[in-house]
Design a protein around this ligand. Sequence first.
Ligand code: PMP
Length: 350
Amino acid sequence: VDRLPRYAAGKPPAPVEGLVSYKLSSNESPLPPIPAVQQAIAAQTDFNRYPDPLSSRLRTALAGFLDVPADDIVTGAGSLGALNQLLVTFAGQNDDGKADEVIYAWRSFEAYPICVGLAGAESVRIPLTSDGRHDLDAMAAAVSARTRLILLCTPNNPTGPVLTTAETERFINAVPSDVVVVIDEAYQEFVRDSDAVDGLALYRKYPNVVVLRTFSKAHGLAGLRVGYSVSGPELTQHLRVAATPFAVSQIAETAAVTSLAHFDEVVERVQSLVNERDRVTAGLRELGWFVPEAQGNFVWLGLGSDSAEFAALAAERALSVRAFGDEGIRVSIGEADANTRFLELCAIYT
Ligand code: PMP
């Protein structure tokens, strides 16, 4: 365990006198859950009972919502829970005792190396292109006899671009069909690029494709921990064996079901954040900054060795942003006031 990196959770900003503080460091929704969710949670009382171990209410609701069989859905404590389940099930050690390989782009979601390591597998990280995209040719070339699973993150956290349908399909056809290809779509609801891959379309076509989704971002339920994977029967039957029973609490299941039932309200909120994201991106580009395609609820600035300095200046203005070593900073889209304050800082910093 000592050789594993640690989770670096996004911190709230320290208070600054006279300024409202904004946390822009964890890609959370700045908005509380929709009122119907808050009411449904408040009405629940049967906490002496275990939740349904199979999350049947949620899986049935998702099956209707996504138009997939409920049996193809496995729920987890956040999509992180579902991801751990995938890795523990499909990647670990070969029969010869050597570690399996899991390929993913880097930089990407910082939990990947930790989860892969905990599963006992070995990470094979393929550098992103200079505009923050997956280098799918290099990723396909990295596949070896030991490769068991590949993680694709679209939009990529922390850089923002999506994978296109065409390139993803070409990639899936280029890798052996016994390698599991996971498409992590944590930010799927924020995507507006019409060329973006739709993981579910590929899951319908390829039995080795798994889609990961979450209620943490668009639905604003990060604190309740609920996410899921969608995969065909062949993979799903194995996933169920490793499933943690009761991983999704009653409150989380109720909240997720209710949020799906009021999805039009969720969509409205997502659209307001997409509008803010596009305002921030356009504002930054007007100032002359290079911003990779931003399709999630965050933007990336490749500040290199200035990243820590920029984060410190943001903290002085009661904004917490996430610095990733000497690579860059990721700034979540927050309240309009927060985004404006961030843009003002960028204007001074230019
Ligand atoms: N995948 C990606 C790409 C993410 O950015 C995140 C959250 N930061 C997750 C998965 C996990 O989110 P959760 O466990 O809250 O669903």
